[in-house]
Design a protein around this ligand. Structure first.
Ligand SMILES: [Zn+2]
Ligand SMILES: [Zn+2]
Length: 252
């Protein structure tokens, strides 16, 4: 299994450097060989999420840092997934970096952001409690045909390559319908429109699942996909995402 700094990955580094940008995509400073597309300063300045709700992963108010604290909504009604790990707060410049991985399957932002998510995963789990089945949130086939790739699959593939003892299963969950676009409707409408949006092609009895998405906004997509996987026999479903929106967007 390759790790970010394994001898194997270092051996292919010169080749990668031919493909990767030579300047930081944000500040345009020269990149060192250990960076994908952000300089050390821009990488460290990204809005990392250190205080999230232990259930839905929503960024919590400043000053709340306990790993066991749930937001009021999760206390009222816990989500069907066990936890949501997010690396970053969805705000500028994270939104621009994520737009890149949605528009170009080879964008170096993919490795940059996925490696931050990998670090968050290692920080939040004991090694032997990491879910072993990695499933990307599927796109509807029409959207997949239009875009040509699924950015969540690309993130999931990176994580599968880096995490030992995991399997990537992109053939289990499929999307029956779109639901309404999140930016067009309120949270409750979005939740309603996503009911029954996913189904599973086969049973996955007893499997511990990590469902991977690029951004979690209302959580409606994650909840609907989770229900389909639990229905298919999954023992538990965790959500792994690059970025999570805050209250100002999550509760319109
Ligand atoms: Zn920079
Ligand atoms: Zn919550």
């Amino acid at each position: 299994m390759y790790s970010v700094h394994s001898p194997q990955s270092l051996a292919i580094r010169p080749l990668l450097n031919l493909l990767l940008p030579s300047n930081c995509v944000l500040c345009k400073d020269r990149l060192s060989e250990s960076n994908y597309c952000l300089c050390k300063g821009c990488n460290e300045a990204l809005p990392q999420l250190t205080n999230q709700c232990s259930g839905c992963g929503t960024p919590m108010l400043n000053g709340i840092t306990s790993p066991d604290i749930s937001c009021s909504e999760c206390q009222r009604k816990p989500p069907p997934f066990a936890r949501c790990i997010a690396a970053l707060h969805y705000m500028s410049p994270v939104d621009r970096l994520i737009t890149r991985i949605k528009s170009d399957p080879h964008a170096p932002e993919l490795q940059e952001l996925s490696s931050l998510l990998l670090a968050s995963i290692y920080a939040r789990y004991d090694t032997n409690s990491i879910p072993t089945t990695i499933i990307p949130v599927p796109l509807h086939w029409r959207k997949l045909a239009y875009r040509g790739f699924n950015q969540s699959y690309n993130i999931a593939k990176y994580l599968n390559q880096q995490l030992p003892n995991t399997q990537l299963c992109s053939d289990v969950c499929y999307r029956i319908h779109h639901g309404k676009a999140q930016h067009l409707v309120g949270k409750q409408q979005r939740l309603r429109s996503m009911i029954g949006a996913f189904d599973a092609r086969r049973k996955i009895p007893g499997q511990t699942v990590a469902l991977v998405d690029d951004v979690i906004t209302t959580g409606a997509t994650a909840k609907a996909a989770t229900l389909s996987l639990l229905e298919a026999g999954a023992k538990s479903v965790d959500i792994w995402c690059i970025a999570r929106t805050g209250w100002h967007i999550a509760t319109p």
